[in-house]
Design a protein around this ligand. Structure first.
Ligand code: HEM
Length: 396
């Protein structure tokens, strides 16, 4: 059944965010909220120890002596069979720190701005032009095309618009096979994910061998990564940096529309960052983070033992701060928790923020716009819209 709804019957942002969450995870979302109501740290059979308090979540993420991404039930169960053993997401300790150090010069502000300008120029010009011409534009499709353009840049393929849709579809096929509570993939899913990522990252190997700082794999070589490490890093970027943005960008625009902020943001003097950060807090495109207990510890007084799985419910930590309000500062324990905390803090945050700002600016550059139809996506890993139509107000 389709659930497209027009703005004829205005609904609040809370209504839409609830619909987006429950369309993606009809059972898990309600279950998580019920768990959080029982306390900040709750042991749930077959799920793990669920943490829904921001300060405790931060403690877990920063304490790599007790909580790891490499033990049973952790992300390494998911990604090691697909990407190999050394791809940031499934590393800990000195090896992880050494690789992060070498990558620290990668997404500098100057580099991400130049990258976005280069790869997003064509899709974003098209967005502004189509809106100005009075067309209804599906922002989800635009976010997918932009993600595809970024993927082409990440793997070092020439940025040809005809390729963007396919590149996004391939990368998202891998993340689609992941489920919230299951920490591994089936044998068939692993084989398919390896095939798809193998194809995408093969371009990265070619670009790496060519070297130079024209392509991202070439830059990884200049930063001192081996070919294997560069291929792993590219795989990690594809997995972490694609669906998060495709989920978030349309939800940001929807939230701004539903709270009457789109016009205010169009003012060239307006700073979009507090609104973007607050929208990230409300939507949390990385709703949970998983860890495995390496050594016996306590989380907020609850004892945990080696092998236990810890589910850091970032979404619930963030929701506890209350309704959407970009004017209210985030407390220190919550600050950017949606990008993680500690040694695994999102490496791609500068690139993510640059892409978000660029799409928002291109949509607002068309003139006064409004969301005219939307449909939440059903049964997806990262909640989001399947369609979100934007239109110039004067044309509707
Ligand atoms: C709104 C968009 C994004 C969100 C919300 C997000 C969120 C996160 C979070 C929560 C983590 C930490 C996971 C954990 O500790 O278990 C993470 C890690 C990571 N992210 Fe992002 N991310 C976003 C976009 C991107 C982009 C665009 C890229 C790169 C192209 C990227 C690359 C990475 C990498 C490589 C890691 C692993 C870092 C490590 O393990 O050392 N992310 N991200």
């Amino acid at each position: 059944m389709t659930t497209t709804t027009t703005t004829a019957a205005p609904a609040t942002w809370e209504h839409w965010e609830h619909r987006v969450q429950t369309a993606a995870h009809p059972v898990a979302y309600r279950l998580l909220r019920a768990i959080a109501a029982r306390g900040p740290v709750v042991r749930v059979p077959r799920v793990g120890v669920v943490v829904s308090d921001a300060a405790l979540a931060r403690e877990v993420l920063c304490d790599t002596g007790h909580f790891t991404k490499t033990g049973p039930g952790s992300p390494s169960d998911l990604w090691t069979p697909v990407l190999g053993p050394s791809v940031l997401l499934n590393m800990e300790g000195p090896d992880h720190a050494a690789l992060r150090r070498r990558l620290s010069g990668l997404f500098t502000p100057g580099y991400v701005t130049a990258l976005c300008t280069r790869v997003l120029a064509q899709p974003l010009d098209a967005l502004t032009r189509r809106l100005r011409a009075g067309e209804q534009v599906d922002l989800v499709r635009v976010a997918q095309i932009c993600a595809g353009a970024a993927i082409c840049a990440i793997v070092g393929m020439p940025a040809e618009p005809g390729r963007f849709g396919g590149a996004h579809a391939e990368a998202s096929e891998v993340t689609k096979s992941v489920r919230l509570w299951r920490s591994g993939m089936t044998g068939r899913q692993v084989a398919r994910a390896r095939e798809v990522l193998g194809r995408l990252t093969a371009s990265a190997v070619t670009a790496y061998r060519q070297g130079g700082d024209e392509t991202l794999p070439g830059r990884l070589r200049e930063l001192g990564l081996t070919e294997q490490e560069a291929r792993g890093a590219v795989g990690a970027f594809l997995l972490t940096g694609t669906e998060t943005l495709v989920s978030f960008i349309p939800r940001l625009i929807a939230l701004c529309h539903d709270t009457g902020r789109l016009d205010r943001l169009a003012d060239p003097a307006a700073d979009p960052d507090p609104v973007i950060e607050e929208a990230l807090r409300i939507t949390v495109p990385s709703p949970v983070m998983l860890r495995s207990v390496a050594r016996a510890a306590r989380i907020g007084g609850v004892p945990v033992a080696p092998g236990d799985r810890v589910v850091v419910a970032t979404l619930l930590c963030a929701q506890a701060h209350g309704p959407f309000d970009p004017e209210r500062p985030h407390p220190p324990e919550l600050r950017r928790l949606w990008f993680g905390a500690g040694p695994h803090f999102c490496l791609g945050m500068p690139l993510a923020m640059a892409q978000i700002r660029a799409v928002l600016a291109a949509a607002l550059a068309a003139g006064p716009v409004a969301v005219t139809a939307r449909r939440p996506a059903r049964h997806v890993l990262i909640p989001g819209y399947a369609r979100l139509n934007l239109e110039l107000r004067s044309a509707s």
